[in-house]
Design a binder for this molecule. Structure first.
Ligand SMILES: Cc1cc2nc3c(=O)[nH]c(=O)nc-3n(C[C@H](O)[C@H](O)[C@H](O)COP(=O)(O)OP(=O)(O)OC[C@H]3O[C@@H](n4cnc5c(N)ncnc54)[C@H](O)[C@@H]3O)c2cc1C
Length: 316
């Protein structure tokens, strides 16, 4: 039996695990991916660690957090998906149902930490009409496909104008794909003005404000999108559509045990990282889709400071 089972090995879960283990807790960390690190594993650009480690790339940041957790004695189980939580028993423990290559099992822990992050809302949730061809990705999947060398797009339209949308522009450029336009239904971009200016000067693409996608065209592969904005309708030839940002919390486990989540982003409400269910805590972007990695890592550290005394109180 573990003192703490942490679900999700991104910056929040890793940092929480490290601090708990350093304080003497027996910690098991689960991640469905083949290695710990969360989103930064796939975002191979500078911009990580500004407030906790120091400026570095996503993969390097993920590696350093993972190494710290291992050095602290955290038991990391990868390729292991948490699929459910059982009710708390009279002796104060709770089960985490997991599926791993070795099969299905239920792990017992005194405290559970939900650190499952958030995800970009997919095309269907944004009600983008038209055909359903291949070539439509979230930014996170674009990053994965690029790192795996399987991305072959050459002309991209990006839906959204958030920080992550500009990250997509850089990734596309590195992959040899030109950004044709960035489209947002809001009145302006939502990144820092210097980032917007530098990106548009460097990569030479327009940001189409107050503009919506009216149709996706092409089958079986994407050929164009029709956009509708202040200048009227226009057709943009492209083979890639990146549906970026517009984050929602990865809250499925929380909802399965009946925890209420907030609208519209599905964040799990907490009081000092404690959810409404005794013994279930949460940290990282599941609480606030989406903040930067160092903010999530800080969450993890602060959650550990709450969970440590909670564990001690349970033992007395
Ligand atoms: C394209 C892109 C670029 C970014 N650039 C920057 C940047 O430059 N600087 C910066 O600071 N931040 C950046 N961010 C944001 C940063 O990556 C996130 O803030 C951070 O990763 C969130 O940490 P987290 O621990 O909350 O969640 P995540 O990193 O999302 O980790 C969650 C983990 O939980 C696991 N998981 C989920 N559900 C389950 C389950 N049921 N069972 C087991 N495991 C599960 C996932 O596999 C994942 O590893 C970027 C994000 C993206 C998408």
């Amino acid at each position: 039996m573990a003192d703490v089972i942490v679900i999700g090995g991104g910056p929040a879960g890793l940092t929480c695990s490290t601090h708990l283990a350093r304080a003497g807790a027996e910690v098991v960390l689960l991640d469905r991916d083949v290695a710990p690190g969360g989103v930064p594993r796939y975002t191979d650009h500078l911009g990580y660690g500004i407030r906790d480690l120091r400026l570095q790339s996503g993969p390097r940041y993920a590696h350093r957090l993972s190494e710290a957790a291992l050095a602290a004695g955290v038991q990391i189980r990868t390729s292991t998906t948490a699929t459910g939580l059982t009710q708390r028993t009279a002796d104060g423990t709770r089960g985490v149902e997991v599926t791993a290559p070795s099969g299905r099992e239920v792990l017992q822990g005194r405290a559970i930490v939900l650190a499952t992050g958030c995800r970009e809302r997919p095309r269907s949730a944004r009600l983008i009409p038209g055909s359903r061809p291949s070539g439509i990705y979230s930014t996170a999947w674009l990053q994965r496909a690029t790192l795996a060398g399987s991305f072959t797009g050459r002309r991209a339209v990006i839906v959204g104008a958030e920080h992550v949308s500009y990250s997509a522009v850089m990734t596309l450029h590195h992959a040899g794909c030109r950004t044709v336009a960035m489209v947002t239904d809001l009145g302006r971009h939502q990144t820092y003005a210097p980032v917007d200016l530098a990106a548009r000067l460097r990569y030479r693409f327009p940001v189409l404000n107050d503009t919506r996608i009216r149709a996706v065209e092409g089958s079986p592969t994407l050929e164009s999108v029709v956009v509708d904005g202040p200048g009227g309708e226009q057709r943009l030839a492209c083979d890639t559509l990146i549906v970026s940002g517009d984050w929602v919390a990865e809250n499925e486990l929380a909802r399965r045990i009946g925890l209420a989540v907030s609208t519209p982003r599905g964040a799990v409400p907490v009081n000092s990282f404690q959810t409404a269910e005794p013994g279930i805590f949460a940290a990282g972007n599941i609480l606030h889709p989406a903040k930067t990695a160092d903010a999530c890592a800080r969450d993890g550290e602060q959650a550990a400071r709450v969970i440590g005394p909670w564990l001690a109180a349970q033992r007395t």
